[in-house]
Design a protein around this ligand. Structure first.
Ligand SMILES: NC(=O)c1ccc[n+]([C@@H]2O[C@H](COP(=O)([O-])OP(=O)(O)OC[C@H]3O[C@@H](n4cnc5c(N)ncnc54)[C@H](O)[C@@H]3O)[C@@H](O)[C@H]2O)c1
Length: 356
C-alpha cells in the first residue's frame, strides 16, 4: 500500500482516479479547494469504494498555492508520501484568455508551491496532468510526443511552462553539493479529450456554468438542460466538415495514471512524457450521432462559423504510452456515450441533483 497525495482529487478526472487508487489498495489524501468541483464527488467515491477502502481516504480542504495547506496534506499521517498526482488547476481556454494572470497564478504558481512542498517532505515522485493543448495547431496527425510544442492560448502556455519546470527539476543534480543524477521520478501525461463517466453513473463530469467542451454540452442538451448544441465550423477539411478529436474514456485515463505510477516506482528516476489518447479520431457529428443512439434522445444542433483558435483535427499517437506502460485505451465511443448518458440521466443537474 502506498500513500498518495492527489491534488485536485475532487474534480472530474481526479475523482475517478481516486476511486481506482482506493480499489487498488492505496491510501489517498485529497487536497482540493473545490473551486471547480463539489465535495459530493468524494462522498460518492467513498460510497463506491466501500467502507473498508474509504477508511483509507482523507480530505484536506485547501489551496495548492498555500504552503500551510500543502504541509497539512503531507502530514495527515506519519507515513511518508510515496507520490503526488497533480490534477489541481484551471482548464477553461476562454477564461484563460480573459484572466491570464489567474491561470499563471493557479496553474504555474500553484505547481511551483506544490513542488517546493514535495521537496520539503522528501517526496520526489509526481504524475502531472498536462494536455494535448501544448501542441497547438499540430503539424502532423496522429501527434507523437516529439511534435513541436506551440500552445496558442494562455491555458496551453501554463501547461507548457509547468512541463518546462518539471524538465528543469528532472535534469537538476541531487542537491546543491551533490553530483548524482536527479532523484525526481516524473510523468508528464498529455491528455487528449477526457470524457465519459464511471459505469455506476454515480460520478462524472459536472462543469460549473456552460460547458467549455463538446461532450458535456451534448449530454446537457440530450437531458434537456440546454436547448441546442452549437457546432463551430462545418467546413473543416474533414470527411463531414466538422472538427475531429481524440476522445478518451475517463476510466481509461485513470488506469493510465496507475500504470504511470507503477513505471515510475519500478524504474530508475526519469522524466516520462506520454500522450494519453485513444489514437482514434471522431468528428463532432459522429459524437452527436453516437450520443443520440446511446441516449435515445435527439441532440438538435446549429452549424456556426469556425471559432478562432480551433484546429481541424487533433488525434494522439498513443504508441509510446503502450510501449512504456503497457497501457492502451480500451473503451470505444459507444461505451463513452452510454456511460456519459448514464451519469447525466441519473444526475441531470450534476452533483447539485442530490443523492443519485
Ligand atoms: N478535462 C479535460 O478536458 C482536460 C484535458 C487535458 C488536461 N486536463 C487537466 O487535467 C487536470 C484535471 O482536469 P479535470 O477535467 O478533472 O478538471 P476539474 O476542474 O474537474 O478538476 C480540477 C480540480 O482541481 C481543483 N483545484 C483547482 N484549483 C485548485 C487550487 N488552487 N488548489 C486546490 N485545488 C484546486 C478543483 O476544485 C477541481 O476539483 C487539470 O489540470 C486539467 O488542466 C484536463
Amino acid at each position: 500500500m502506498a500513500k498518495l497525495l492527489i491534488a485536485g482529487g475532487a474534480g472530474f478526472i481526479g475523482s475517478h482516479t481516486t476511486l481506482l487508487l482506493l480499489e487498488a489498495g492505496h491510501q489517498v489524501v485529497v487536497l482540493d479547494n473545490f473551486s471547480t468541483s463539489s465535495p459530493e464527488s468524494l462522498q460518492r467515491v467513498a460510497q463506491l469504494a466501500g467502507s473498508s477502502a474509504s477508511a483509507r481516504l482523507c480530505l484536506v480542504e485547501g489551496d495548492i498555492r498555500d504552503p500551510g495547506s500543502l504541509d497539512q496534506a503531507f502530514q495527515t499521517t506519519s507515513a511518508p508520501c510515496d507520490a503526488v498526482i497533480h490534477f489541481a488547476g484551471l482548464k477553461a481556454v476562454a477564461q484563460s484568455v480573459h484572466q491570464p494572470l489567474l491561470y499563471w497564478d493557479v496553474n504555474v504558481g500553484g505547481s511551483q508551491r506544490l513542488l517546493a512542498a514535495m521537496e520539503r517532505h522528501g517526496c520526489h515522485t509526481l504524475v502531472f496532468s498536462s494536455s494535448a493543448t501544448v501542441y497547438g495547431y499540430p503539424d502532423r496527425i496522429p501527434i507523437p510526443e516529439t511534435a513541436a510544442l506551440q500552445p496558442i492560448n494562455p491555458y496551453g502556455h501554463t501547461k507548457a511552462a509547468v512541463e518546462q519546470m518539471l524538465a528543469d527539476l528532472a535534469s537538476n543534480e541531487a542537491g546543491p553539493a551533490a553530483s548524482g543524477p536527479s532523484r525526481w521520478r516524473i510523468a508528464r501525461l498529455r491528455y487528449f479529450n477526457p470524457v465519459g463517466a464511471h459505469a455506476s453513473g454515480r460520478i462524472g463530469e459536472d462543469p460549473l456554468g456552460p460547458p467549455d467542451n463538446l461532450f458535456p454540452f451534448v449530454s446537457q442538451v440530450a437531458v434537456g438542460r440546454r436547448q441546442r448544441l452549437k457546432i463551430f465550423g462545418a467546413d473543416w477539411p474533414t470527411p463531414d466538415g466538422t472538427g475531429i478529436r481524440d476522445y478518451i474514456h475517463v476510466m481509461d485515463l485513470a488506469e493510465g495514471h496507475l500504470a504511470a505510477l507503477e513505471a515510475l516506482w519500478n524504474e530508475p528516476p526519469q522524466l516520462l512524457t506520454l500522450n494519453l489518447g485513444s489514437g482514434r479520431g471522431h468528428s463532432v457529428l459522429e459524437v452527436v450521432q453516437a450520443f443520440e443512439a446511446a441516449s435515445g434522445r435527439p441532440v438538435p444542433y446549429d452549424l456556426l462559423p469556425r471559432r478562432a483558435g480551433d484546429a481541424a483535427e487533433s488525434v494522439a499517437d498513443p504508441t509510446e504510452a503502450h510501449r512504456r506502460l503497457g497501457w492502451r485505451a480500451q473503451r470505444d465511443l459507444a461505451t463513452i456515450c452510454s456511460d456519459g448518458w448514464h451519469w447525466q440521466s441519473l444526475n441531470p443537474e450534476g452533483y447539485g441533483s442530490g443523492p443519485a
